[in-house]
Design a protein around this ligand. Structure first.
Ligand SMILES: [Zn+2]
Ligand SMILES: [Zn+2]
Length: 298
């Protein structure tokens, strides 16, 4: 059984995690070196929100770390990229080997320059010709460029990367929670607030208190938290865990709690401390809570 949603709230709270998840949901491929040991990715893997989709070996510039390049061939003698590829042909009749252009006399007519007969040709390979230094060679040097930096392909080093995807069993939940956060932000903006994600405010106690969103407009502030749990008791435990924080900032400010599942108890707990200043909305699922946000007025 997957761990409950309340355990994943520590992930959903982090704006960088929400951005990562939204990129993954849009089927954007996300690669990371190794097996995802770095923090947010590692946490999401441990909680079963992501899974490894594939491992691949990529080439990386050891100096810049770049893994995507544009490639161009260049002359191994002078470094110029003014080179052209030509097929190497053999006249089957007499064994003469030359460039395809050697056999072209008078347009399309293929005449062997050695024996002068119309030539039946076969391709036996290709070579390159440098127009700068006029030398020929079999293989060009491949130059990889990324931004302002160019390196030879031989200097790139292979690195194993892992591709991640949202665990299919979590997809619906992730989609619901992400849209809940984004609709909440949109709604606050449309009410004229500027919104800061994962921001802190200093409470009456002097301690900085962190909220999922802090919205401000003309001297007014709204401190908003989203709390999702798999059951009402766990939801209440989550709210209770934050009570000190809410009491610390609530005086004279507006608190907005978005709850899934919806519960009225937090209003009764907090209402006496700051009457009229606490707004609670929510629903039985993230989708229902998103719907309730549409009617929000502050
Ligand atoms: Zn010939
Ligand atoms: Zn050259």
């Amino acid at each position: 059984m997957e761990p409950g949603i309340s355990l994943r709230m520590s992930i959903y709270r982090r704006p960088e995690a929400r951005r990562l998840l939204s990129r993954l949901l849009e089927e954007e491929r996300l690669y990371a070196p190794g097996s995802g040991a770095d923090d947010v990715l590692g946490d999401m893997l441990r909680l079963g929100m992501l899974r490894e989709a594939a491992r691949e070996s990529w080439l990386r510039d050891p100096t810049s770390g770049a893994t995507s390049f544009s490639l161009r061939p260049s002359c191994p003698y002078c470094g110029s990229s003014d080179i052209e590829k030509e097929e190497l042909m053999e006249h089957i009749g007499c064994g003469y080997v030359g460039r395809a252009s050697d056999f072209l006399q008078g347009g399309e007519c293929k005449i062997c320059p050695r024996c002068g007969r119309p030539a039946d040709l076969r391709v036996i390979g290709s070579w390159f010709y440098c127009r700068s230094c006029r030398r020929s060679f079999q293989s060009p040097r491949i130059i990889a460029s990324s931004g302002d930096r160019t390196v030879r392909v031989e200097e790139l080093e292979p690195v194993v990367v892992t591709r991640y995807e949202v665990n299919p069993v979590m997809r619906e939940e992730v989609r619901g929670v992400l849209s809940l956060y984004s609709r909440l932000e949109d709604r606050l903006r449309s009410l004229g607030y500027s919104v800061e994600e994962s921001a802190s405010v200093t409470g009456v106690s002097g301690v900085p208190q962190k909220f999922d969103l802090i919205a401000s407009a003309q001297g007014r502030s709204v401190y908003a938290d989203v709390i999702l749990a798999e059951s009402e008791p766990l939801l209440l435990a989550g709210v209770m865990g934050q009570l000190v924080k809410y009491f610390d900032v609530a005086h004279g400010s507006r608190l907005l709690l978005v709850l899934v599942p919806m519960s009225d108890l937090p209003r009764r707990l907090l209402g006496s401390c700051c009457p009229g200043m606490i707004h609670i909305l929510g629903g039985g699922s993230p989708e229902e809570a998103t719907g309730a946000i549409e009617g929000l007025d502050l």
